[in-house]
Design a protein. Structure first.
Length: 383
């Protein structure tokens, strides 16, 4: 039977933890602004790497280093990961409570290592605290994560780690490990040692999968949305226009589009500054959105020019909406600066052969006529 030195396993686990720390840190350097909680996971994984090294020299180095300090690093890791997971899913972690848990746990381990040595009580204290922390993370992932494979994998890894700690705690309670020590050869300790050294890597891999999935989704959203107003950008709007036009043709439904332009926007920037202009652009979008259906794509296609696509909407209904938007914006947007008005061009699909570019060209011509005729008005394109 092949025998493996437990210290070698622990040292190998420390190397893997250090490598995973570098991987997570590289993501932090590249995408730190896109996700929350990543730095806490980096710190927790680094603590695992240090804790494994200290554990590996148990019996060689003093107990205050190889037992107390090592366990303190592992407690810090579990607390840091709990804070990181909560922040990752948009929650505010209770940092003071987590710090108290880490300090209290370290005190108990120190007391039952140096003052009244008792491996069983020390085991129960450590596994009870860490199992609770992993269960908290499991609850956060299941409740806050989207229904996706990476969520189930991440939650499953956390649950497995929590159950491992619960089982290990029970063995301490019933006395199966009361006379044991970390490198003993009893079956409970061997299994625990293997799982305990593998699980940090599994957990980090699961978090990394959730991290990359979230970064991908965030980058996809950023690539399709205007960074200031958070509505569709020109490219995304035109893509949806082509898709919606094909859908309306199949079902022989009406389709209309509105082109909106803020009147005298340059003078607003010149008078009040570009920061005020940005505020007005945001106000405009926030005012218009509630007037639209969820199925109406709304995009910023130029500096102060916007477009609204109206599926299953004939020309007369589109014109009525344009007037409602124009009147609402004039009464709501620009407060604190000056009244903001819109010129709006309205166009509807004239034939099944008409392209999105042709529909937008007719809407743009109607918008030009609205501006030529005094602005602050809606003009419908001629079919």
């Amino acid at each position: 039977m092949i025998s493996v030195d437990p210290r070698t396993i622990v040292l190998f686990a420390s190397i893997l933890a250090a490598l995973m720390t570098l991987i997570l840190l590289s993501v932090r350097w590249s995408f730190g602004e896109l996700v929350q909680g990543l730095l806490a996971w980096v710190a927790g994984m680094a603590a695992v790497a240090v804790g494994c090294v200290l554990f590996a020299f148990r019996g060689i180095w003093p107990d205050w280093m190889s037992i107390v300090l090592a366990n303190a690093f592992f407690l810090f890791s579990a607390c840091s990961w709990t804070a990181g997971t909560m922040r990752f899913y948009g929650l505010v972690p209770p940092r003071a409570l987590l710090a108290l848990v880490c300090i209290a746990g370290t005190f108990l381990i120190a007391w039952y290592s140096l003052v009244e040595p008792n491996y069983g009580i020390r085991l129960i204290a450590f596994t009870a605290v860490t199992s609770l922390l992993y269960l908290v993370q499991f609850w956060v992932v299941v409740r806050r994560g989207e229904r996706h494979f990476v969520t189930w994998f991440f939650g499953g890894a956390l649950l497995l780690e929590a159950l491992t700690m619960v089982v290990r705690c029970i063995t301490g309670v019933v006395g199966l490990s009361a006379q044991s020590h970390f490198f003993s050869e009893d079956w409970t300790q061997v299994i625990y040692l293997l799982i305990a050294n593998a699980m940090p890597l599994v957990l980090a891999t699961a978090f990394f999968m959730a991290l990359t999935h979230k970064i991908h989704r965030t980058l996809e959203i950023l690539s399709r949305h205007d960074s200031l107003t958070n509505i569709l950008n020109r490219r995304a709007f035109l893509e949806l226009f082509h898709i919606e036009l094909a859908r309306q043709r199949r079902h022989k439904h009406a389709l209309s589009i509105l082109l909106l332009d803020i009147d005298y926007f340059k003078s607003i920037n010149d008078t009040y500054g570009h920061a005020a202009g940005d505020i007005i652009l945001v106000q405009l979008c926030e005012t218009v959105k509630p007037l639209l259906r969820r199925s109406d794509p709304f995009g910023r296609i130029g500096g102060e020019e916007f477009a609204i696509l109206l599926p299953q909407t004939p020309a007369d209904s589109a014109y009525s909406l344009a007037e409602r938007i124009r009147e609402h914006v004039a009464s709501q947007v620009g407060q604190g600066y000056r009244t903001v008005t819109l010129s709006i061009g309205v166009a509807s699909l004239a034939s099944e052969e008409e392209t999105p570019q042709e529909v937008m060209r007719r809407a743009d011509q109607a918008l030009y006529h609205a501006k030529e005729n005094g602005r602050n008005r809606s003009v419908a394109a001629q079919l």
